[in-house]
Write a protein that binds this ligand. Structure first.
Ligand code: PLP
Length: 385
C-alpha cells in the first residue's frame, strides 16, 4: 500500500522538497488534546527541534501546545510563531550567556538546568537584570531507552542532566540563591521509544526521587518527563497517529503526582513525524557490478537520519506500478554513507519517477545542510498546493 499523495500537483514542483500533510498534523494534534482532556494536570510542550518550519510551528501553537526549546534560536522561532513566553521551557547542556539572557528578558516559563555550574551562571545573569529565573533540574535518571545508542539520553554515561546523587545538594544551593526559584524536576530518556516499559521505568524512578525529596519536605510544582514517544517508520499508513492513549495512560497508571502537581511532556517526533515526506526525483537507475542503484536528487543533506542513525524510512515510487525490483536507493552526495536504503523492493523505477521517503516530518528539514554547496530543501504544505 502506498500513501495518498497529490501526485499530479507534484509534477510541476522542483524536487527535492518536503511535503507536509497538514490535515494529518491537525488530526494528530486533535488526538493529543483529546487525551489531555482525559488527564487534567497534564501539559504538552512541543519539542521545536523536531521541526521548526514557521508554518508548522504556527499550526501547533494555534492548537494550544506550549514549546520546548533547546537553544536561543529555537526560543526566537517559538516567539515568532506566537508561542507565549510563559508556555516556553528551555533545556540544553550548553546554554550560552546570550541564550540565558534572552530567556530572562522574555520571562520564559522554565530553564531546565543541566549542571551546578550552569545554575550559578543563571543566578548571576538574573541578578544583573534583577529577575528571578524559574528553574527545574534536569536529572539523569539512569534509565535506558531501548533505541539507537545515538538517541538515548538518560543513561549515566550520557552528557545530559544532573546525577541523582547531586540532586539534594543542588536544591540546597538553590535555596540560598536570590535570583533562582526551584520549580521542578525534568527528565528526558531518549527518542523513538516504542516500548511503554521504558516510560514505566522512568515513572518508577520519578516516584522514588519524589519520595526521597518529600521525606526532606521539599515540594515540587512540576514534573517534566520529556518526550521520546516513537512512530511507526515501517508502516506509516497503518499507524499515522501514534498511540497517545497508551502513552499518557502509562504515566497515569504509574507516576504518582502530588495534589496540585502538574505533569509536563515534551513531544517532538510523535507530533510531526508522520505528516512529512521527502519527495525526490529519480535521476538515474544505474546498473552496478552486483546490484542496481536508484540515484535520487535528494541526499543526506536533505534527510540525514539514515546516514546518522541507520534510520529506515519507508520508500515508495509514486510514479510506477511496474513489477517490483530490488534496488539500493542512494543520493548524489560525495559520501559513501549517502544511502537511504539497501536492497529494498520498489515498483520498477526509471529516470524521472517521483519517490517518497515517508515519515520524514521530524528531524528532516531542520537537519538539512548545504554540504556540497547544495540548496536547502523547500517545504510545501498540503493545504497550500
Ligand atoms: C529532543 C528532546 C525532546 C523531544 O524528543 P522526541 O523524541 O522528538 O519526542 C524533548 N525534550 C528534550 C529535552 C529533548 O532534547
Amino acid at each position: 500500500m502506498k500513501g495518498d499523495f497529490p501526485v499530479e500537483k507534484f509534477q510541476d514542483i522542483e524536487t527535492p522538497f518536503y511535503y507536509y500533510d497538514t490535515k494529518l498534523l491537525r488530526q494528530t494534534l486533535h488526538a493529543i488534546h483529546e487525551e489531555l482532556e482525559r488527564h487534567p494536570g497534564y501539559c504538552v510542550h512541543y519539542a521545536v527541534k523536531a521541526n521548526a518550519n514557521p508554518k508548522i510551528l504556527r499550526i501547533i501553537r494555534q492548537s494550544g501546545l506550549g514549546a520546548d526549546c533547546v537553544s536561543g534560536g529555537e526560543i526566537q522561532a517559538a516567539l515568532a510563531a506566537g508561542f507565549q513566553a510563559d508556555r516556553i521551557v528551555y533545556a540544553g547542556v550548553g546554554k550560552s550567556d546570550w541564550e540565558i539572557n534572552l530567556g530572562l528578558d522574555r520571562d520564559i516559563s522554565c530553564f531546565n538546568v543541566e549542571s551546578a555550574v550552569e545554575l550559578e551562571v543563571i543566578n548571576q545573569l538574573a541578578a544583573r537584570r534583577n529577575k528571578t529565573a524559574r528553574v527545574a533540574l534536569r536529572i539523569n535518571p539512569d534509565v535506558g531507552a531501548h533505541t539507537h545508542e545515538n538517541i538515548t539520553t538518560g543513561l549515566a554515561e550520557n552528557k545530559f542532566g544532573i546525577a541523582m546523587k547531586d540532586m539534594e545538594p543542588i536544591i540546597a544551593r538553590i535555596r540560598t540563591m536570590e535570583h533562582v526559584k526551584f520549580v521542578g524536576l525534568h527528565f528526558h530518556i531518549g527518542s523513538q521509544i516504542r516500548d511503554m516499559e521504558d516510560f514505566k521505568a522512568l515513572c518508577f524512578r520519578v516516584n522514588e526521587l519524589q519520595d526521597r525529596l518529600e521525606s526532606q519536605h521539599i515540594v515540587i510544582e512540576n514534573i517534566n518527563v520529556g518526550g521520546g514517544l516513537g512512530i511507526n517508520y515501517d508502516s506509516p499508513d497503518e499507524e499515522p497517529i501514534p498511540d497517545f492513549k497508551s502513552y499518557f495512560a502509562t504515566y497515569a497508571r504509574h507516576l504518582r503526582l502530588r495534589p496540585g502537581q502538574k505533569l509536563h511532556f515534551e513531544l517532538g517526533r510523535a507530533v510531526v513525524g508522520q505528516m512529512g515526506s521527502l519527495i525526490a526525483r529519480t535521476l538515474y537507475v544505474k546498473q552496478g557490478a552486483s546490484k542496481q542503484f536508484v540515484i535520487l536528487d535528494a541526499g543526506m543533506t536533505d534527510l540525514i537520519r539514515p546516514a546518522l542513525y541507520h534510520a529506515r524510512h519507508k520508500i515508495e515510487n509514486l510514479s510506477s506500478n511496474a513489477p517490483g525490483e530490488v534496488y539500493d536507493v542512494v543520493g548524489p552526495i560525495c559520501e559513501s554513507s549517502d544511502v537511504f536504503a539497501k536492497s529494498i523492493t520498489l515498483d520498477g523505477t526509471k529516470r524521472g519517477d517521483l519517490i517518497a521517503l515517508r515519515s520524514a516530518g521530524a528531524y528532516g528539514e531542520i537537519m538539512a545542510s548545504q554540504y556540497n554547496c547544495r540548496r536547502l530543501p523547500i517545504a510545501h504544505l498540503s493545504e497550500e498546493l
